[in-house]
Design a binder for this molecule. Sequence first.
Ligand SMILES: Nc1nc2c(c(=O)[nH]1)N[C@@H](CN(C=O)c1ccc(C(=O)N[C@@H](CCC(=O)O)C(=O)O)cc1)CN2
Ligand SMILES: NCC(=O)N[C@@H]1O[C@H](COP(=O)([O-])[O-])[C@@H](O)[C@H]1O
Length: 213
Amino acid sequence: MAKIVVLISGNGSNLQAIIDSTETGKIAGDVVAVISNKSSAFGLQRASNHNIATHIVDHTQYDSRESYDAELANTIEQYKPDVVVLAGFMRILTAGFVDQFTGRLINIHPSLLPKYQGLNTHQRAIDAGDTEHGCSVHYVNEQLDGGPVILQAKVPVFEDDTADTLAERVHVQEHMIYPLVVKWLCEKRLRLQSDGVYLDDLLLPEQGYANDD
Ligand SMILES: Nc1nc2c(c(=O)[nH]1)N[C@@H](CN(C=O)c1ccc(C(=O)N[C@@H](CCC(=O)O)C(=O)O)cc1)CN2
Ligand SMILES: NCC(=O)N[C@@H]1O[C@H](COP(=O)([O-])[O-])[C@@H](O)[C@H]1O
């Protein structure tokens, strides 16, 4: 079975979706550890509820991003993971860290990349008057939210939406596409190559929507 380490900073609903998918057998893997930079992350409780090892690596205790990332990497590597999942992990990672996990490090971002890299994506979509929004699962590289996209899902934006109502609609899609991508990675069906991302022998489109009409 593939070994999965998940990094969080908050609620952990995506973590929960991945844990659930491993326990139903949808994902041929086990979440072997959950690591948070914040001790207050509810996702740590979610992990404990499933007897999954937890670690808090608090970024405020380190003098530099490099020293923090080195400790984070050491904590991860003790589990020898096949897949490292960022699930609401809110720290920008250094090039050295990313290089160590290239090809097995993924993130879920709450926008249709390359739109709205960074933070506050739902409010930005509302403020822009967008009629559609969504989420993207991508490989993580040095460029913030700039790594190769693997899979996306769209949601409509309604006129009376708030950032919270839109986030809730996006979460539903996140909880479907993230476990699917983790499943593919655990089955070793995904390959990051110089010309793009392959699922088996299929070159995935740079913007491919799981739920397009
Ligand atoms: N090198 C990379 N690191 C990270 C990536 C990435 O693609 N490349 N993805 C992010 C996840 N993310 C959006 O999906 C994201 C996380 C955090 C931030 C950010 O501005 N963080 C601030 C602190 C914010 C806070 O503590 O609330 C910071 O690190 O100074 C932007 C985007 C994970 N890392
Ligand atoms: N830039 C990173 C970012 O904003 N990620 C977003 O944080 C949320 C975490 O929710 P969760 O803790 O319930 O999984 C998710 O919506 C994810 O897309």
